[in-house]
Design a protein around this ligand. Structure first.
Ligand code: GLV
Ligand code: MN
Ligand code: MN
Length: 421
């Protein structure tokens, strides 16, 4: 007897096994049993992870296609090939101190949905595509969501290929060639999906604190990344009187303090982070010569985000003047807040409730490929809880039941969008 479609469920243990297997590539172990991932975009580890996921895709008989920025797509054809497919996916690159769920869950749950359809002999009207997008994290090559941004036409391919790595200055295009993932499909894509839905861990504490099983994501907050290169005068720590110093590290410290104060002043959803500080020459008895730092500010409200950016720029100019240093500022990423398609959001909520899950509508604090896809097709996201709200941390964890619940919601949203019969 074929399974009634309403009763269809993914295989949680198969999904779990794939998450564990992919998590072994670039695995990082913590002192308390934490198991995370260091799989920066376009490194050897990223290549090995890509190869494994592509093997799984091919093992299911899916045709795998790769575009010129290295995004990978595998499609289960529908019964009506002239219809645009529905798409799901996410990313498999991680930050250097990442977990094994961020991004990976969305890709592997998408694959699990396809396997569930195949093994149950279900062919929807529209094809269903599972994708993984290049360099979502932006930790090695800024901006974040780079692959999906290029896919939708928000960044020219040639400009993207020329971006340099934050760690070793490698050129993105060269790294893509080196790992063998410079594909043939043109970017921007010649046609876009009918709709896009992405399953992702929440990466914050809201669902866990509220005891809610599924987050229905209504949008993504705006993101602004700035890199500041501060140049002063390197000098002897013992002999240089304080009034003669031009100390870029002191300026960086004042900026970091300002960013924290600013979030307090603006209140609400404003967040701000100084996450990277490169100090030269970084020696105990030398006033630093240069400091490169990053500032990440985010808000769900575009005008408040602009206010934060303006105040930051004013403070940087003032402190640079006071301390007699030069500051060069470069925007690494800038994305306005995104609202997902209300009808798609409703579909997610309904599917989750039909499956008996508690739900909560919420914005996303993190950036996601879905916010880029939202530029070209109706898009939405499903969140599952993160233990202790932790992510971008090797202790990141989402319980198997939550993983399974999220993947089943994904299955039913995709079925509803792809249509049957
Ligand atoms: C990227 O995933 C970010 O939110 O920083
Ligand atoms: Mn992610
Ligand atoms: Mn991430």
């Amino acid at each position: 007897m074929p399974t009634a479609v309403d009763d269809l469920r993914i295989d949680g243990s198969r999904l779990h096994r794939r998450i564990e297997a992919l998590g072994l590539i670039g695995a990082v172990h913590g002192p308390n049993g934490e198991r995370g991932c260091a799989r920066l975009a376009l490194t050897d580890a990223d290549r090995d992870a890509r190869d494994l996921v592509v093997t799984w895709m091919r093992d299911l008989g899916l045709t795998v296609e790769i575009d010129r920025i290295g995004n990978v797509f595998a499609t289960l054809p529908g019964t009506e090939p002239e219809l645009a497919p529905v798409m799901t996916g996410s990313h498999i690159d991680t930050v250097a101190t990442g977990g094994r769920f961020d991004g990976n869950l969305g890709v592997l749950a998408g694959l699990e949905v396809l396997e569930t359809l195949i093994t149950n002999g279900i062919t929807p009207r529209r094809g269903v595509t599972v994708a993984f997008f290049t360099d979502e994290e932006g930790a090695r090559f800024a901006p974040d969501m780079l692959g999906s941004l290029v896919y939708v036409g928000g960044l020219a391919l040639e400009d993207a290929l020329d971006i340099r790595a934050a760690d070793d200055d490698a050129r993105l295009g060269d790294e893509l060639d080196r790992i063998g993932y410079s594909g043939a499909l043109p970017v921007p894509a010649v046609s876009f999906p009918h709709s896009y839905v992405e399953l992702h861990i929440e990466q914050g504490p809201i669902l866990e604190d509220a005891g809610i099983e599924i987050g229905v994501v209504e949008g993504v907050q705006g993101i602004s990344w700035t890199e500041l290169t501060i140049s002063g005068r390197s000098a002897h720590a013992g002999t240089t009187p304080m009034h003669l110093r031009r100390d870029p590290l002191l300026v960086a410290a004042r900026i970091a303090g300002f960013v924290r104060d600013l979030t307090g002043e603006l209140g609400g959803d404003q967040v701000g982070t100084v996450g990277r500080l490169d100090v030269h020459p970084n020696l105990v008895n030398v006033v630093a010569a240069t400091v490169t730092m990053t500032v990440d500010v985010r808000n769900t409200d575009e005008s408040l985000l602009q206010d934060a950016e303006r105040r930051l720029a004013e403070f940087v100019a003032t402190v640079a003047d006071e301390e007699q240093v030069d500051v060069r500022s470069r925007t690494l990423a800038r994305f306005e807040p995104v609202e997902f398609d209300p009808a798609m959001v409703d579909v997610v909520e309904l599917a989750a409730r039909r499956l008996g899950h508690s739900t909560r509508r919420m914005p996303s604090g993190a950036g996601h490929d879905a916010q880029m896809l939202a530029r070209v097709c109706p898009s939405a996201m499903i969140f599952t809880p993160s233990v202790d709200g932790l992510s971008h941390n090797i202790a990141e964890y989402t319980a198997p039941d939550d993983v399974e619940a999220g993947a089943n919601v994904l299955l039913h949203v995709l079925l509803e969008r792809a249509g049957l019969g």
